[in-house]
Design a protein around this ligand. Structure first.
Ligand code: RB5
Length: 145
């Protein structure tokens, strides 16, 4: 599985840690930036990473800003994206099992690295359950259309 990742300056440090964490576990990661602590605008990175998911450059992706709010709102404006902002492992797993979330948003100024990696692993390992959940996810698509 190929995972995209991107952040603004508020998520830069956590992004770097999560890249290291995934690469140590042989997970292929594509880094869409930002590449420094200099101030940037989170919608640019939410859009960039979301478009990479929709284009099939990566299977799924993680986005990070200070709170995770701005970058998740931005990613969710791209058609086909279901980006879940998660601050706990249960929500992360359920966002895969029930919502088939193809993006995970995290708050770099909210989470410590320990909780962030547990949330990430819960999300990476979560499998969409389909069935009645597919009907609901399809309805999200209908709203978008
Ligand atoms: C940037 O200062 C901050 O507003 C951003 O990282 C994010 O938290 C927005 O939702």
């Amino acid at each position: 599985m190929k995972i995209g990742i991107g952040s603004d300056h508020g998520g830069f440090e956590l992004k770097e840690e999560l890249i290291k964490f995934m690469e140590e576990r042989q997970i292929e990661v594509i880094d869409y930036g930002t590449h420094s602590r200099d101030s940037v605008d989170y919608p640019d990175y939410g859009k960039l990473v979301a478009e990479a998911v929709v284009a099939g450059e990566v299977d799924r992706a993680v986005v990070i800003c200070g709170t995770g709010i701005g970058i998740s709102i931005s990613a969710n404006k791209v058609k086909g994206i279901r980006c879940a902002l998660c601050g706990d492992t249960y929500s992360a797993r359920m966002s895969r099992e029930h919502n088939n979330a193809n993006m995970l948003a995290l708050g770099g100024r909210v989470l410590g690295i320990g909780l962030a990696t547990e949330i990430l692993m819960a999300w990476l390992e979560g499998q969409f359950q389909g069935g009645r959940h597919q009907i609901r996810v399809d309805k999200i698509g209908e709203i978008e259309a």
